[in-house]
Unconditional design. Structure first.
Length: 205
């Protein structure tokens, strides 16, 4: 694995977020990106991918959301363009660039991975559904989406949207399920309870 290149990419992405990330990006920022990199690396190592495959995963994870500094809708294409420009400047092989761009683009919702590496990065990107501080991350995402859409969600609206998303999301790899599925189910039940309370409160008004 080319550690020197990955360090360059980490510094490059960090600099972009620091200099260009708009205030609206409360959730999709360098902290989320770093978490996705770490989880992608963890899952890749657990599954036992090759060094070349792990390199592709880590590079794609660093670039996967950087397009958010330009736009929300279609950010995957913007991320891919930024990745291509940088990797070409480093004389990175075209076949490897193509694989990385495919890994970036597959993170688009709804996720439809076609191979193991794509499954890993998809699991890493949505791992927050299965972590203990999901409430905090979910609230950050809520505020970000509200800013982009210029609207506020009621608690009932937001919780219903969360319920639907949880029902349709799955972790694709066994390693992802082993790592995040139990906490994801706990988080889902918490959302369900909150929704019931919010609906009752709305009805009682």
């Amino acid at each position: 694995m080319n550690s020197e290149l990955i360090n360059k990419i980490q510094n490059y992405i960090t600099k972009i977020y620091k200099e260009k990330s708009p205030d609206e990006n409360i959730y999709h920022n360098i902290y989320h990106t770093t978490e996705v990199v770490n989880v992608a690396k963890e899952l890749g190592e657990t599954i036992g991918v090759t060094d070349d495959e792990l390199e592709a995963l880590i590079i794609a994870a660093w670039f996967h959301d950087v397009g958010y500094v330009e736009k929300c809708e279609g950010h995957e294409l913007a991320s891919s363009a930024i990745a291509r420009e940088f990797l070409e400047s480093q004389n990175y092989p075209e076949n490897k660039i193509q694989r990385i761009l495919e890994l970036i683009k597959v993170t688009r919702i709804p996720q439809r991975p076609k191979n193991l590496l794509q499954e890993i990065i998809c699991d890493a990107d949505l791992h927050h559904l299965g972590v203990k501080d999901f409430d905090v991350k979910g609230e950050m995402l809520r505020r970000e989406i509200e800013k982009y859409l210029n609207k506020e969600f009621s608690d009932v609206e937001w919780l219903r949207n969360n319920m639907m998303f949880f029902k349709h999301q799955e972790f694709f790899t066994q390693a992802g399920r082993d790592r995040f599925e139990v906490q994801k189910n706990i988080n889902f039940n918490k959302i369900k309870e909150k929704l019931q309370k919010a609906e009752k409160k709305k009805k009682d008004k």
